[in-house]
Design a protein around this ligand. Structure first.
Ligand code: 5GP
Length: 209
């Protein structure tokens, strides 16, 4: 068995800037960023298969029934889910995989993959979150209200995450996420091959070989 990849879930309130952190991370480092399936209509500039796999509700429900998703959740009236096959293949091939998903999905991933690393991206304050949502201009006023309402419910999940990344400065947040994952590779559980090799070689030395 080769080296296992690490599965990292990155969640945060809408507008916390996790999407931007993800884009920078995959530009700089060889992570596999999972592309989710959704029933939300594409936003201006979004491409099917790159930003999301865009589906009808019927198609999405077929994927649920066929067990093709690791997890799924409804977020502000639309389904979002993580395709299983691609993620499992990348992890088997030893690649580190990033899932940018909301918190209910994050909890479901942790149940199925207890070794998953859970990172939460937070804005420096709620005021800044609201200003960022207003400033990006991709959602209507009602949509922004819904997302802020959702954030007020989601705040309870913060404690369940392993690390909180305060997104004050993009470059710093990107490096923090990367170093947490790099350090995770040093966990004993990810070094079983090295341990086995050491045991075997040192036993040989002790015998005088
Ligand atoms: P947006 O509509 O802004 O692209 O995404 C809305 C929310 O859905 C974000 O919090 C995003 O992280 C989350 N999301 C995206 N893909 C998935 C997924 O596959 N599963 C779950 N549970 N949430 C997702």
């Amino acid at each position: 068995m080769g080296k296992k990849g690490i599965l990292t879930v990155i969640s945060g309130f809408s507008g916390a800037g996790k999407g931007t952190i993800m884009k920078e991370l995959v530009k700089k480092y060889p992570y596999f960023l999972s592309v989710s399936a959704t029933t939300r209509p594409p936003r201006e500039g979004e491409t099917d298969g790159e930003d999301y796999f865009f589906h009808t509700r019927e198609e999405f429900e077929r994927m649920i029934a066929a067990g093709e998703l690791i997890e799924y959740a409804e977020y502000v009236g639309n389904y979002y889910g993580t395709p299983k096959a691609a993620v499992e293949k990348q992890l088997r091939d030893g690649k580190d995989v990033l899932l940018e998903i909301e918190m209910q999905g994050g909890m479901l991933v942790k149940e199925q993959f207890p070794d998953a690393l859970l990172l939460f991206v937070a804005p420096p304050s709620a005021e800044i979150l609201k200003a960022r949502l207003n400033g990006r201009g991709t959602e209507s006023v009602e949509e922004i209200e819904k997302r802020l309402q959702r954030a007020s419910e989601e705040v309870t999940y913060m404690k369940s995450y392993d690390y909180i990344i305060v997104n004050n400065e993009l470059e710093k947040a990107v490096e923090q996420v990367h170093s947490i994952i790099v350090n995770e590779h040093c966990r004993t559980g990810y070094c079983t091959e090295l341990i086995t090799m050491m045991e075997s070689e040192l036993t040989q030395f002790a015998k005088g070989d």
